[in-house]
Write a protein that binds this ligand. Structure first.
Ligand code: SF4
Length: 80
């Protein structure tokens, strides 16, 4: 009997903001009301912060895929 092939998907991204495993969470500075709306970008796959104390308009600039990304493969170490 022939084995059924499973479909595979490839994710090509260069920024964690485009990854389904990222989350944007509140990260206010308790000592500075001016930064009350700061956020952090968190990776739910690696359980690590990608960036913290980030201005909301700056999340994409601070969320390049890190070298510790669990989706990086040895066959393609520069792209997820
Ligand atoms: S570190 Fe990797 S898995 Fe985590 S959010 Fe970024 S691209 Fe996705």
């Amino acid at each position: 009997m022939q084995e059924k092939q499973q479909p595979q998907a490839t994710l090509n991204i260069s920024n964690c903001m485009d990854c389904p495993f990222h989350k944007v969470l509140a990260d206010p500075d308790p000592d500075d009301w001016f930064c009350d709306d700061d956020v952090r970008v968190y990776c739910t796959k690696a359980n690590q912060n990608i960036t913290t104390a980030c201005r909301p308009y700056n999340t994409r600039n601070e969320s390049e895929v890190p070298t510790w990304c669990p989706l990086l493969t040895t066959s393609n170490p520069t792209h997820v």
